[in-house]
Design a protein around this ligand. Structure first.
Ligand SMILES: [Zn+2]
Ligand SMILES: [Zn+2]
Length: 96
């Protein structure tokens, strides 16, 4: 199956039906066709991903408003991996 090379290999989920897992769809941009990130899966090609980053939905980048201009930047929450950082709550029994 097609998966974007920048999507983390450990990211799991169901294949997006909108883009068939490719992460991109063809949009009509006022007369000409352009390939854009799929809005269902945010370009990852996967939906319902249990370990996807909550900030960037697994794509590793977020769009920020930079003085009125949308700029794509690396997601701080996951460091760009697209995976939700694991919290060390489980199995952490060092005693008290
Ligand atoms: Zn999709
Ligand atoms: Zn992220």
């Amino acid at each position: 199956m097609a998966r974007r090379p920048d999507v983390h290999p450990e990211l799991t989920g169901d294949r997006c039906s909108d883009c068939n897992g490719s992460g991109t769809v063809i949009a009509d941009m006022g007369g000409f066709k352009a390939e854009v990130d799929c809005s269902q899966c945010y370009g990852t090609g996967l939906v319902n991903s249990p370990n996807a980053c909550i900030e960037c939905y697994g794509c590793g980048t977020v769009i920020v408003d930079f003085f009125g201009v949308n700029v794509e930047t690396t997601c701080d929450h996951c460091g760009g991996s697209g995976l939700e950082p694991k919290t060390e709550l489980e199995g952490d029994s060092k005693g008290q």
